[in-house]
Design a protein around this ligand. Structure first.
Ligand SMILES: Cc1cc2nc3c(=O)[nH]c(=O)nc-3n(C[C@H](O)[C@H](O)[C@H](O)COP(=O)(O)OP(=O)(O)OC[C@H]3O[C@@H](n4cnc5c(N)ncnc54)[C@H](O)[C@@H]3O)c2cc1C
Length: 437
């Protein structure tokens, strides 16, 4: 996805590209064909609503930038209501044909086993969630152990403005921290015994997603066990783990000691998103929304993303990449796609589009600023290259929580349609200006 889009953007600027694709010689667990831009699982690019949905807005921005992935997605669309679903085989065959036939594109079927040397000139690594082992080892070698993950462990992320602060409060355990900001870094949701027991029952009974056969070989890391697995080990395990109630005083009921506390931590610099600490889970999405709404304060929580655990290769972009998506230690190497810590076909292709354009600008001696975080593209790149907390960095879908709030627009559920329209109008203006620059 990302590699195809990056290549397209570059050749459109008149610069030749060599695509190295290993399939045909080396296979992955998930791909079935040797075509470029293969959709490995669902055939959906999700919502196509560019007025009130962040991924729909990303479609709009990509179309405005002459995206190959969007052009072929549109050309091979299937009826799917407000979503964009595509005929996957026709789609990837068309992307492959367009690139194969382009005079400036060379496709080499080979596995790249090391981060290429500087002699290659500008290089974009877009090898995705199933990056081959040898290349992953080379990335590890040139970065460090903590900077590459082989599994994601995604805790659900909640929009801050959907949390009921008449029940929750901000406080770090034992008020630890040198500044007021550090002493109030966590958002706490208290549970009494009855609520805790009901929560554990619901967690144990909930429907879970099974690991795929090829995922089963990768064991859980101790530090990121799914909450339901912890609960299976004993009803009290969570109360002594991520839900321990110690070092906290509930200002709404100072005399009542909570039986358990769920903690949320800021997930972005803007403070619009909070992740539920230690709550990575394999519960099915509908089940997560139902079970997590039992947490006091989260009854009406709106999720920017739900939790999951998958086989996935991604780098710690906030540490490793600059705001141009370049490896700080090797600026001729850019990363793009899912390996940068975005998630989804569209987000991956979008980061390919951006990497391609930034590389072109640099090659032409006219480097560009990345787009502003008021655009969907800019919100994603800002998040992965700096907005996200490097210590807890996990893959992210595009969502309005990554955008700076629009001035003078009311929050809350009832005003959502107007608010999202303001976000998307602002994004379209700013994206158009960026493209023209
Ligand atoms: C099993 C699975 C299911 C998924 N399902 C969905 C879904 O339903 N919806 C969704 O939106 N997203 C899904 N994703 C997530 C993700 O959005 C897609 O994987 C998307 O294709 C990522 O785009 P990409 O360009 O980063 O990587 P890819 O599209 O995977 O492209 C990377 C390419 O690099 C090649 N490659 C890898 N290593 C090397 C090497 N060393 N040398 C040369 N070539 C190499 C690979 O063969 C591949 O063609 C899924 C991911 C996985 C693993």
């Amino acid at each position: 996805m990302a590699g195809s889009e990056a290549a397209w953007q570059i050749v459109n600027a008149g610069i030749p590209v060599i695509i190295h694709e290993m399939r045909g010689k080396v296979e992955t667990f998930a791909h079935q064909t040797t075509d470029l831009a293969e959709m490995v699982c669902s055939n959906s690019f999700r919502s196509d609503d560019d007025e009130s949905n962040a991924v729909g807005l990303l479609h709009w921005e990509m179309r405005a930038a002459n995206s190959l992935i969007m052009e072929m997605g549109d050309a091979h669309a299937l009826p799917a209501g407000s979503a964009l679903a595509v005929d996957r085989d026709a789609f990837s065959a068309a992307v492959t044909k367009r690139l194969t036939n382009h005079p400036l594109v060379t496709i080499e079927r080979d596995e790249i086993t090391q981060i290429p040397s500087d002699e290659w000139g500008q290089t974009i690594i877009a090898t995705g969630p199933l990056t081959s082992q040898s290349l992953a080892a080379s990335i590890l070698d040139q970065t460090d152990q903590a900077s590459l993950a082989f599994f994601d462990a995604i805790a659900p992320i909640v929009y801050a403005d959907s949390i009921d602060m008449s029940k929750a409060w901000m406080q770090s355990r034992y008020d630890k921290g040198d500044t007021e900001e550090e002493r109030t870094a966590y958002l706490n949701c208290p549970m009494d015994k009855e609520t805790y027991e009901a929560f554990i029952d619901a967690l144990l009974a909930s429907e879970k997603t099974e690991f795929k056969d090829w995922e089963k070989d990768t064991p859980y890391f101790d530090g990121c066990l799914p909450i339901e697995v912890m609960a299976e080990r004993g009803r009290e395990t969570l109360r002594f783990g991520p839900m321990k109630p110690v070092g906290l005083t509930n200002p709404h009921q100072p005399d009542v000691k909570a039986y358990a506390v769920v903690q949320l931590r800021r997930d972005n610099a803007l403070g619009t998103l909070f992740n539920i600490v230690g709550f990575q889970t394999k519960m099915k999405y509908a089940e997560q929304a139902r079970v997590l709404s039992m947490i006091p304060g989260l009854e009406n929580a709106k999720f920017a993303r739900l939790g999951g655990i998958h086989r996935n290769t991604f780098i710690n972009s906030p540490t490793l990449l600059d705001d141009q998506m370049r490896l700080k230690s090797r600026p001729n190497i850019r990363f793009a796609g899912q390996i940068t810590g975005v998630e989804g076909y569209v987000e991956s292709a979008a980061m390919g589009l951006l990497a391609g354009r930034l590389a072109v600008a640099e090659a032409m001696g006219k480097p560009m600023q990345s787009p502003q975080n008021t655009t969907a593209m800019g919100a994603l790149i800002t998040h992965i290259t700096g907005g996200a907390d490097a210590k807890t960095f996990q893959p992210m879908n595009v969502n309005f929580g990554l955008f700076p709030p629009v001035d003078n627009v009311k929050g809350g559920r009832r005003n959502r349609a107007t608010r999202y329209k303001e976000y998307t109008d602002r994004a379209k203006t700013d994206w158009t200006a960026w493209l023209q620059s």
